[in-house]
Design a protein around this ligand. Structure first.
Ligand code: NZQ
Ligand code: ZN
Length: 384
Protein backbone atom coordinates (compact mmCIF):
# COMPACT_ATOMS: atom_id res chain seq x y z
CA UNK A 1 0.00 0.00 0.00
CA UNK A 2 1.20 3.53 -0.77
CA UNK A 3 1.95 5.82 2.17
CA UNK A 4 -0.86 8.17 3.11
CA UNK A 5 -1.96 10.75 5.66
CA UNK A 6 -5.68 10.95 6.27
CA UNK A 7 -7.67 13.51 8.19
CA UNK A 8 -11.10 15.01 7.66
CA UNK A 9 -12.02 17.98 9.81
CA UNK A 10 -15.66 18.34 8.75
CA UNK A 11 -18.19 17.24 11.36
CA UNK A 12 -21.22 15.80 9.59
CA UNK A 13 -24.77 16.22 10.89
CA UNK A 14 -26.78 13.80 8.81
CA UNK A 15 -30.56 13.54 8.74
CA UNK A 16 -33.87 15.30 9.22
CA UNK A 17 -34.06 18.35 11.44
CA UNK A 18 -30.32 18.68 12.13
CA UNK A 19 -30.18 22.39 11.33
CA UNK A 20 -32.96 23.24 13.78
CA UNK A 21 -31.34 21.19 16.51
CA UNK A 22 -27.67 22.08 16.22
CA UNK A 23 -26.99 25.18 14.07
CA UNK A 24 -27.49 27.77 16.82
CA UNK A 25 -25.09 25.98 19.14
CA UNK A 26 -22.42 25.57 16.44
CA UNK A 27 -22.36 29.33 15.83
CA UNK A 28 -22.36 30.36 19.51
CA UNK A 29 -18.87 31.92 19.38
CA UNK A 30 -19.58 34.17 16.40
CA UNK A 31 -21.77 37.23 16.15
CA UNK A 32 -21.50 38.41 12.51
CA UNK A 33 -22.49 35.67 10.11
CA UNK A 34 -22.39 35.78 6.32
CA UNK A 35 -25.39 33.88 4.96
CA UNK A 36 -24.34 32.83 1.46
CA UNK A 37 -26.70 31.29 -1.07
CA UNK A 38 -27.50 30.91 -4.75
CA UNK A 39 -30.21 32.17 -7.06
CA UNK A 40 -33.07 31.99 -4.60
CA UNK A 41 -34.23 28.37 -4.39
CA UNK A 42 -33.82 28.54 -0.60
CA UNK A 43 -36.38 31.33 -0.45
CA UNK A 44 -38.96 29.16 -2.24
CA UNK A 45 -38.46 25.92 -0.31
CA UNK A 46 -38.44 27.41 3.20
CA UNK A 47 -34.76 26.75 4.04
CA UNK A 48 -33.97 30.49 4.10
CA UNK A 49 -36.80 31.21 6.54
CA UNK A 50 -35.74 28.36 8.79
CA UNK A 51 -32.10 29.48 8.92
CA UNK A 52 -32.75 33.21 9.22
CA UNK A 53 -35.20 32.41 12.04
CA UNK A 54 -32.45 30.53 13.92
CA UNK A 55 -29.85 33.27 13.32
CA UNK A 56 -32.25 36.01 14.43
CA UNK A 57 -33.33 34.15 17.53
CA UNK A 58 -29.66 33.71 18.48
CA UNK A 59 -29.15 37.49 18.09
CA UNK A 60 -26.69 37.26 15.19
CA UNK A 61 -25.88 40.10 12.83
CA UNK A 62 -26.61 38.58 9.42
CA UNK A 63 -24.84 39.74 6.27
CA UNK A 64 -26.25 38.30 3.07
CA UNK A 65 -24.22 37.22 0.04
CA UNK A 66 -26.64 35.95 -2.62
CA UNK A 67 -26.85 35.14 -6.32
CA UNK A 68 -24.00 32.63 -6.41
CA UNK A 69 -24.48 31.05 -9.81
CA UNK A 70 -23.95 27.42 -10.92
CA UNK A 71 -20.30 27.25 -12.06
CA UNK A 72 -19.31 30.15 -9.80
CA UNK A 73 -16.97 32.78 -11.21
CA UNK A 74 -13.91 34.39 -9.70
CA UNK A 75 -15.70 37.73 -10.10
CA UNK A 76 -18.40 36.43 -7.77
CA UNK A 77 -15.69 35.37 -5.29
CA UNK A 78 -14.37 38.94 -5.28
CA UNK A 79 -17.88 40.29 -4.71
CA UNK A 80 -18.29 38.01 -1.69
CA UNK A 81 -14.85 38.95 -0.40
CA UNK A 82 -15.73 42.65 -0.47
CA UNK A 83 -18.93 42.00 1.49
CA UNK A 84 -17.07 39.84 4.01
CA UNK A 85 -14.39 42.47 4.59
CA UNK A 86 -16.65 45.51 4.73
CA UNK A 87 -18.84 43.84 7.32
CA UNK A 88 -16.11 42.16 9.37
CA UNK A 89 -17.74 38.80 8.84
CA UNK A 90 -16.65 36.28 11.48
CA UNK A 91 -18.23 33.16 10.06
CA UNK A 92 -19.48 32.10 6.60
CA UNK A 93 -22.53 29.87 6.36
CA UNK A 94 -22.80 28.41 2.85
CA UNK A 95 -26.34 27.22 2.09
CA UNK A 96 -26.64 25.49 -1.27
CA UNK A 97 -25.07 22.98 -3.61
CA UNK A 98 -21.47 22.64 -4.74
CA UNK A 99 -21.45 26.06 -6.40
CA UNK A 100 -22.33 27.99 -3.24
CA UNK A 101 -19.99 25.94 -1.06
CA UNK A 102 -17.08 26.28 -3.54
CA UNK A 103 -17.52 30.03 -3.88
CA UNK A 104 -17.53 30.43 -0.10
CA UNK A 105 -14.37 28.35 0.33
CA UNK A 106 -12.44 30.86 -1.76
CA UNK A 107 -14.17 33.94 -0.32
CA UNK A 108 -13.06 32.62 3.05
CA UNK A 109 -9.42 32.55 1.92
CA UNK A 110 -9.46 35.71 -0.20
CA UNK A 111 -10.95 37.75 2.66
CA UNK A 112 -7.76 37.13 4.64
CA UNK A 113 -5.21 38.40 2.13
CA UNK A 114 -4.75 41.27 -0.33
CA UNK A 115 -2.90 39.19 -2.89
CA UNK A 116 -5.02 37.62 -5.60
CA UNK A 117 -5.81 33.99 -4.67
CA UNK A 118 -6.37 33.01 -8.32
CA UNK A 119 -2.90 34.27 -9.29
CA UNK A 120 -1.33 32.76 -6.20
CA UNK A 121 -2.71 29.27 -6.77
CA UNK A 122 -2.75 28.98 -10.55
CA UNK A 123 0.49 30.84 -11.35
CA UNK A 124 2.68 30.73 -8.23
CA UNK A 125 1.45 27.47 -6.65
CA UNK A 126 1.10 29.39 -3.40
CA UNK A 127 -1.78 28.04 -1.34
CA UNK A 128 -3.84 29.90 1.27
CA UNK A 129 -3.22 29.14 4.92
CA UNK A 130 -5.62 31.49 6.70
CA UNK A 131 -9.39 31.40 6.45
CA UNK A 132 -12.56 32.96 7.76
CA UNK A 133 -14.15 29.84 9.26
CA UNK A 134 -17.11 28.36 7.43
CA UNK A 135 -19.83 25.75 7.68
CA UNK A 136 -22.14 24.26 5.06
CA UNK A 137 -25.82 23.42 4.78
CA UNK A 138 -26.10 21.18 1.74
CA UNK A 139 -29.29 21.66 -0.28
CA UNK A 140 -28.30 19.71 -3.42
CA UNK A 141 -25.95 16.76 -3.27
CA UNK A 142 -23.51 15.29 -5.79
CA UNK A 143 -20.25 17.21 -5.68
CA UNK A 144 -19.21 16.17 -2.18
CA UNK A 145 -17.75 19.67 -1.78
CA UNK A 146 -18.89 19.80 1.84
CA UNK A 147 -16.15 17.47 3.07
CA UNK A 148 -13.05 18.79 1.30
CA UNK A 149 -11.12 22.00 0.65
CA UNK A 150 -11.30 21.90 -3.16
CA UNK A 151 -13.30 24.57 -4.95
CA UNK A 152 -14.02 24.69 -8.66
CA UNK A 153 -14.05 28.29 -9.90
CA UNK A 154 -14.37 29.76 -13.38
CA UNK A 155 -12.16 32.64 -14.44
CA UNK A 156 -14.15 34.11 -17.29
CA UNK A 157 -11.35 36.40 -18.47
CA UNK A 158 -8.85 33.56 -18.77
CA UNK A 159 -11.50 31.04 -19.88
CA UNK A 160 -10.27 28.55 -17.29
CA UNK A 161 -12.44 26.53 -14.92
CA UNK A 162 -10.25 24.80 -12.39
CA UNK A 163 -9.89 23.49 -8.89
CA UNK A 164 -8.52 25.89 -6.28
CA UNK A 165 -7.90 25.20 -2.61
CA UNK A 166 -9.72 27.16 0.05
CA UNK A 167 -11.37 26.66 3.42
CA UNK A 168 -12.90 23.36 4.43
CA UNK A 169 -16.22 23.49 6.24
CA UNK A 170 -16.06 22.91 10.01
CA UNK A 171 -19.46 21.27 9.83
CA UNK A 172 -21.83 20.06 7.14
CA UNK A 173 -25.56 19.51 7.50
CA UNK A 174 -26.82 16.79 5.21
CA UNK A 175 -30.60 16.73 5.45
CA UNK A 176 -32.05 14.65 2.59
CA UNK A 177 -35.38 16.48 3.04
CA UNK A 178 -33.68 19.65 1.80
CA UNK A 179 -33.04 17.96 -1.55
CA UNK A 180 -36.73 17.24 -2.24
CA UNK A 181 -37.21 20.55 -4.08
CA UNK A 182 -34.15 20.19 -6.34
CA UNK A 183 -35.29 19.93 -9.99
CA UNK A 184 -35.22 16.22 -10.83
CA UNK A 185 -32.78 16.72 -13.72
CA UNK A 186 -30.34 18.26 -11.26
CA UNK A 187 -30.84 15.42 -8.76
CA UNK A 188 -29.83 12.94 -11.46
CA UNK A 189 -27.01 15.12 -12.76
CA UNK A 190 -25.64 15.49 -9.22
CA UNK A 191 -25.85 11.75 -8.56
CA UNK A 192 -24.00 11.06 -11.80
CA UNK A 193 -21.31 13.49 -10.66
CA UNK A 194 -20.89 11.28 -7.59
CA UNK A 195 -20.59 8.19 -9.79
CA UNK A 196 -18.04 10.04 -11.90
CA UNK A 197 -15.94 10.93 -8.83
CA UNK A 198 -15.96 7.27 -7.81
CA UNK A 199 -15.00 6.08 -11.31
CA UNK A 200 -12.25 8.66 -11.72
CA UNK A 201 -10.75 7.53 -8.42
CA UNK A 202 -11.21 3.81 -9.14
CA UNK A 203 -9.34 4.00 -12.44
CA UNK A 204 -6.41 5.77 -10.79
CA UNK A 205 -3.33 3.88 -9.63
CA UNK A 206 -2.68 1.40 -8.12
CA UNK A 207 -5.14 -0.90 -9.87
CA UNK A 208 -4.45 -4.11 -8.04
CA UNK A 209 -5.60 -5.26 -4.61
CA UNK A 210 -6.49 -2.30 -2.41
CA UNK A 211 -9.25 -1.59 0.09
CA UNK A 212 -10.09 1.81 -1.43
CA UNK A 213 -11.20 0.17 -4.69
CA UNK A 214 -13.22 -2.48 -2.85
CA UNK A 215 -15.11 0.22 -0.94
CA UNK A 216 -15.41 2.22 -4.15
CA UNK A 217 -17.19 -0.63 -5.94
CA UNK A 218 -19.76 -0.67 -3.14
CA UNK A 219 -20.24 3.08 -3.47
CA UNK A 220 -20.71 2.83 -7.27
CA UNK A 221 -23.22 -0.02 -6.98
CA UNK A 222 -25.13 1.90 -4.33
CA UNK A 223 -25.29 5.08 -6.45
CA UNK A 224 -26.53 3.12 -9.49
CA UNK A 225 -29.12 1.24 -7.42
CA UNK A 226 -30.49 4.35 -5.72
CA UNK A 227 -30.59 6.45 -8.89
CA UNK A 228 -32.77 3.67 -10.33
CA UNK A 229 -35.05 3.82 -7.27
CA UNK A 230 -35.57 7.56 -7.80
CA UNK A 231 -36.66 7.01 -11.41
CA UNK A 232 -39.93 5.56 -10.15
CA UNK A 233 -40.08 7.00 -6.62
CA UNK A 234 -38.71 10.51 -6.85
CA UNK A 235 -39.26 11.35 -3.20
CA UNK A 236 -37.95 8.12 -1.72
CA UNK A 237 -36.21 9.35 1.44
CA UNK A 238 -33.92 6.35 1.84
CA UNK A 239 -32.67 6.51 -1.74
CA UNK A 240 -32.03 10.25 -1.39
CA UNK A 241 -30.22 9.61 1.90
CA UNK A 242 -27.96 6.99 0.37
CA UNK A 243 -27.16 9.25 -2.58
CA UNK A 244 -26.44 12.18 -0.30
CA UNK A 245 -24.00 10.19 1.82
CA UNK A 246 -22.44 8.53 -1.24
CA UNK A 247 -21.80 12.03 -2.58
CA UNK A 248 -19.77 12.90 0.51
CA UNK A 249 -18.09 9.49 0.59
CA UNK A 250 -16.85 9.88 -2.97
CA UNK A 251 -15.11 13.16 -2.16
CA UNK A 252 -14.12 12.99 1.51
CA UNK A 253 -10.84 11.29 0.75
CA UNK A 254 -11.71 7.75 1.90
CA UNK A 255 -11.87 6.29 -1.62
CA UNK A 256 -8.65 8.07 -2.53
CA UNK A 257 -6.58 6.59 0.28
CA UNK A 258 -3.33 5.22 -1.14
CA UNK A 259 -4.35 6.11 -4.70
CA UNK A 260 -3.21 8.52 -7.38
CA UNK A 261 -6.52 9.74 -8.71
CA UNK A 262 -7.18 10.44 -12.34
CA UNK A 263 -10.00 12.96 -12.96
CA UNK A 264 -9.28 13.28 -16.69
CA UNK A 265 -13.01 13.35 -17.52
CA UNK A 266 -13.37 16.17 -14.99
CA UNK A 267 -10.50 18.13 -16.47
CA UNK A 268 -12.11 17.92 -19.92
CA UNK A 269 -15.57 18.78 -18.58
CA UNK A 270 -14.26 21.74 -16.60
CA UNK A 271 -12.81 23.31 -19.74
CA UNK A 272 -16.01 22.50 -21.62
CA UNK A 273 -17.75 24.40 -18.81
CA UNK A 274 -15.34 27.32 -19.10
CA UNK A 275 -16.36 27.71 -22.75
CA UNK A 276 -20.05 26.80 -22.58
CA UNK A 277 -21.16 27.21 -18.91
CA UNK A 278 -22.74 23.75 -19.23
CA UNK A 279 -24.16 21.62 -16.43
CA UNK A 280 -21.33 19.68 -14.76
CA UNK A 281 -23.02 16.27 -14.34
CA UNK A 282 -24.44 16.31 -17.87
CA UNK A 283 -21.08 17.17 -19.41
CA UNK A 284 -19.51 14.26 -17.53
CA UNK A 285 -22.26 11.90 -18.70
CA UNK A 286 -21.41 12.60 -22.33
CA UNK A 287 -17.63 12.44 -21.90
CA UNK A 288 -17.23 9.30 -19.76
CA UNK A 289 -18.16 6.49 -22.22
CA UNK A 290 -16.32 8.16 -25.10
CA UNK A 291 -13.20 8.67 -22.98
CA UNK A 292 -13.33 5.10 -21.68
CA UNK A 293 -13.58 3.60 -25.17
CA UNK A 294 -10.38 5.49 -25.96
CA UNK A 295 -8.40 4.17 -23.04
CA UNK A 296 -9.81 0.79 -21.98
CA UNK A 297 -7.17 -1.28 -23.81
CA UNK A 298 -4.45 0.29 -21.68
CA UNK A 299 -6.29 -0.64 -18.52
CA UNK A 300 -7.96 -3.83 -19.66
CA UNK A 301 -7.74 -5.65 -16.35
CA UNK A 302 -9.36 -2.81 -14.41
CA UNK A 303 -12.04 -2.20 -17.02
CA UNK A 304 -12.87 -5.92 -16.94
CA UNK A 305 -13.15 -5.81 -13.17
CA UNK A 306 -15.34 -2.69 -13.42
CA UNK A 307 -17.68 -4.52 -15.83
CA UNK A 308 -17.92 -7.59 -13.62
CA UNK A 309 -18.08 -6.06 -10.15
CA UNK A 310 -20.02 -2.87 -10.84
CA UNK A 311 -22.26 -3.84 -13.76
CA UNK A 312 -22.56 -7.57 -13.06
CA UNK A 313 -21.32 -8.69 -16.49
CA UNK A 314 -20.00 -12.24 -16.46
CA UNK A 315 -21.16 -13.91 -19.67
CA UNK A 316 -18.56 -12.63 -22.14
CA UNK A 317 -15.70 -14.64 -23.58
CA UNK A 318 -12.69 -12.37 -23.64
CA UNK A 319 -11.52 -9.61 -21.29
CA UNK A 320 -11.89 -7.16 -24.14
CA UNK A 321 -15.54 -8.12 -24.71
CA UNK A 322 -16.24 -7.88 -21.00
CA UNK A 323 -14.55 -4.49 -20.67
CA UNK A 324 -16.48 -3.11 -23.65
CA UNK A 325 -19.74 -4.54 -22.30
CA UNK A 326 -19.05 -2.65 -19.04
CA UNK A 327 -18.64 0.63 -20.91
CA UNK A 328 -21.84 -0.09 -22.88
CA UNK A 329 -23.65 -0.79 -19.60
CA UNK A 330 -22.49 2.59 -18.31
CA UNK A 331 -23.72 4.27 -21.48
CA UNK A 332 -27.11 2.49 -21.34
CA UNK A 333 -27.46 3.55 -17.71
CA UNK A 334 -26.78 7.17 -18.67
CA UNK A 335 -29.63 6.94 -21.20
CA UNK A 336 -31.89 5.09 -18.75
CA UNK A 337 -31.63 7.91 -16.18
CA UNK A 338 -32.30 10.55 -18.81
CA UNK A 339 -28.84 12.06 -19.05
CA UNK A 340 -27.38 13.09 -22.41
CA UNK A 341 -24.87 11.05 -24.41
CA UNK A 342 -24.18 13.80 -26.98
CA UNK A 343 -23.28 17.47 -26.58
CA UNK A 344 -26.06 18.30 -29.07
CA UNK A 345 -28.59 17.08 -26.45
CA UNK A 346 -27.15 19.70 -24.08
CA UNK A 347 -27.46 22.50 -26.61
CA UNK A 348 -23.70 22.66 -27.20
CA UNK A 349 -23.30 23.43 -30.91
CA UNK A 350 -20.87 21.83 -33.33
CA UNK A 351 -19.33 25.24 -33.89
CA UNK A 352 -17.94 25.32 -30.33
CA UNK A 353 -14.19 25.91 -30.26
CA UNK A 354 -13.31 22.34 -29.22
CA UNK A 355 -9.67 22.85 -30.18
CA UNK A 356 -9.34 25.68 -27.67
CA UNK A 357 -11.07 23.50 -25.07
CA UNK A 358 -8.76 20.55 -25.77
CA UNK A 359 -5.63 22.71 -25.78
CA UNK A 360 -6.50 24.31 -22.45
CA UNK A 361 -7.42 21.02 -20.73
CA UNK A 362 -5.08 19.97 -17.97
CA UNK A 363 -3.60 16.51 -18.68
CA UNK A 364 -3.59 14.06 -15.80
CA UNK A 365 -1.40 11.00 -15.50
CA UNK A 366 -3.23 9.05 -12.84
CA UNK A 367 -5.14 6.64 -15.03
CA UNK A 368 -4.09 3.85 -17.37
CA UNK A 369 -3.31 6.21 -20.28
CA UNK A 370 -1.88 9.70 -20.40
CA UNK A 371 -3.79 11.54 -23.12
CA UNK A 372 -2.43 14.16 -25.48
CA UNK A 373 -4.27 17.37 -26.37
CA UNK A 374 -4.89 15.87 -29.84
CA UNK A 375 -6.57 12.81 -28.30
CA UNK A 376 -8.72 15.08 -26.11
CA UNK A 377 -9.81 16.92 -29.24
CA UNK A 378 -10.74 13.59 -30.88
CA UNK A 379 -12.76 12.67 -27.79
CA UNK A 380 -14.54 16.01 -27.76
CA UNK A 381 -15.39 15.72 -31.46
CA UNK A 382 -16.86 12.26 -30.89
CA UNK A 383 -19.07 13.72 -28.15
CA UNK A 384 -20.77 16.21 -30.49
O1 NZQ B 1 -28.90 28.77 -7.08
P1 NZQ B 1 -30.13 28.16 -6.52
O2 NZQ B 1 -31.34 29.01 -6.70
O3 NZQ B 1 -29.96 27.68 -5.13
O4 NZQ B 1 -30.47 26.87 -7.45
C1 NZQ B 1 -29.58 25.77 -7.55
C2 NZQ B 1 -28.92 25.67 -8.92
O5 NZQ B 1 -29.70 26.28 -9.90
C3 NZQ B 1 -30.39 24.51 -7.50
N1 NZQ B 1 -30.66 24.05 -6.13
C4 NZQ B 1 -29.77 23.74 -5.17
N2 NZQ B 1 -30.42 23.29 -4.07
C5 NZQ B 1 -31.74 23.33 -4.35
C6 NZQ B 1 -31.90 23.82 -5.67
N3 NZQ B 1 -33.12 23.99 -6.24
C7 NZQ B 1 -34.20 23.65 -5.51
N4 NZQ B 1 -34.11 23.16 -4.25
C8 NZQ B 1 -32.91 22.98 -3.64
N5 NZQ B 1 -32.86 22.43 -2.41
O6 NZQ B 1 -29.60 23.55 -8.17
C9 NZQ B 1 -28.88 24.19 -9.20
C10 NZQ B 1 -27.49 23.64 -9.26
O7 NZQ B 1 -26.78 23.97 -8.07
P2 NZQ B 1 -25.19 23.81 -8.03
O8 NZQ B 1 -24.73 24.15 -6.67
O9 NZQ B 1 -24.59 24.55 -9.18
O10 NZQ B 1 -25.02 22.26 -8.33
P3 NZQ B 1 -23.91 21.25 -7.89
O11 NZQ B 1 -24.05 20.90 -6.46
O12 NZQ B 1 -23.93 20.16 -8.89
O13 NZQ B 1 -22.54 22.08 -8.05
C11 NZQ B 1 -21.91 22.22 -9.29
C12 NZQ B 1 -20.60 22.97 -9.14
O14 NZQ B 1 -19.68 22.24 -8.31
C13 NZQ B 1 -18.46 22.00 -9.02
C14 NZQ B 1 -18.93 21.93 -10.46
O15 NZQ B 1 -17.89 22.06 -11.39
C15 NZQ B 1 -19.91 23.09 -10.50
O16 NZQ B 1 -19.22 24.32 -10.59
N6 NZQ B 1 -17.77 20.83 -8.46
C16 NZQ B 1 -17.22 20.94 -7.23
C17 NZQ B 1 -16.49 19.94 -6.66
C18 NZQ B 1 -15.83 20.07 -5.31
N7 NZQ B 1 -15.71 21.24 -4.77
O17 NZQ B 1 -15.38 19.10 -4.72
C19 NZQ B 1 -16.26 18.66 -7.33
C20 NZQ B 1 -17.09 18.47 -8.54
O18 NZQ B 1 -16.42 17.60 -9.41
C21 NZQ B 1 -17.50 19.69 -9.28
O19 NZQ B 1 -16.54 20.05 -10.26
ZN1 ZN C 1 -17.62 16.40 -10.36
Amino acid sequence: MNNFIYENKTKVYFGKGGVREYLGCLLKNYSTIMLAYGGGSIKKNGIYDEIIGILNSEGKTVVEFSGIMPNPTYKKVLEGTKIARENNVEYILAVGGGSVIDCCKIVSAQAKIDEDIWENITKKKKFPTEFVPMGAVVTASGTGSEMNAGAVITNETEKIKCGLFGAQADFAFLDPMYTMSVPFEQVISGAFDTLSHAMETYFGKPSENNLSDDINEAVMRSVIKNMRVLLTERENYDARSELMWASSMAENGILKIGKITDFQAHQIEHQLGAYTDCNHGKGLAVIHPVLYRHIYKDGLEKFTRFAENVWGINDKNSDEETALAGISALESFIKEVGLPTKFSEMGIPESTDFKAIADSTNITAGCCKKLTHEEILEILKECV
